[in-house]
Write a new protein. Structure first.
Length: 176
């Protein structure tokens, strides 16, 4: 199934919509994997409208919203920003800190479109390498990233609420 999802760069005015889809997609992804109170604490701290407004206003960051073609409800997003990962940075690194889509979009190609847009946005910012972190046991996401050309570049411990989890860090060189 292919759907005409609308992808567009978010502004600070879109921060409430970005925060809503961020919390909803994080909940959908990790319900049953992480404790509910940790999910709520994590989203409250890391996916607030104020955080998204700051990223949208930051010239070194890009927030992209994916919207449903019927009514423009937010159904996915990406966030590119300055890397905050425990690996040796290289000149031209940028982090794909978030890439999420709601389950109603599965099988429609939205994930591939979001990744393609993130790569194009990273290149437009002059990035040479795209980095991301993902829960080590999230085999579905890891397989997606590996199909998209990412390779292992390191590991980290990542805090969600009161818990600590083992992530892997991926990197992908970008064409110039």
């Amino acid at each position: 199934m292919s759907t005409a999802w609308r992808l567009r760069r978010a502004t600070a005015a879109d921060a409430p919509a970005a925060a809503m889809v961020a919390a909803a997609s994080f909940l959908e992804t990790f319900a049953g994997i992480l404790p509910g109170e940790d999910i709520v604490a994590h989203c409250t701290r890391n996916s607030s409208a104020a955080k998204f407004a700051g990223w949208a206003d930051d010239p070194a960051s890009v927030v992209t919203l994916a919207e449903h073609p019927d009514g423009a409800a937010p159904v996915g997003y990406t966030l590119l920003t300055t890397p905050d990962l425990p690996i040796t940075p290289e000149h031209g690194d940028i982090e794909l800190r978030r890439i999420y889509a709601l389950s109603l979009t599965r099988g429609t190609g939205l994930g591939n479109r979001l990744m393609a847009q993130a790569i194009a946005d990273a290149q437009s910012l002059g990035a040479r390498r795209l980095l991301l972190g993902v829960l080590g046991t999230n085999h579905v996401a890891r397989a997606f990233y590996e199909r998209e050309g990412f390779t292992l570049a390191g590991t980290r411990r990542f805090n969600v609420g009161a818990g600590w989890y083992d992530d892997v860090i991926y990197a992908r060189n970008l064409p110039r």
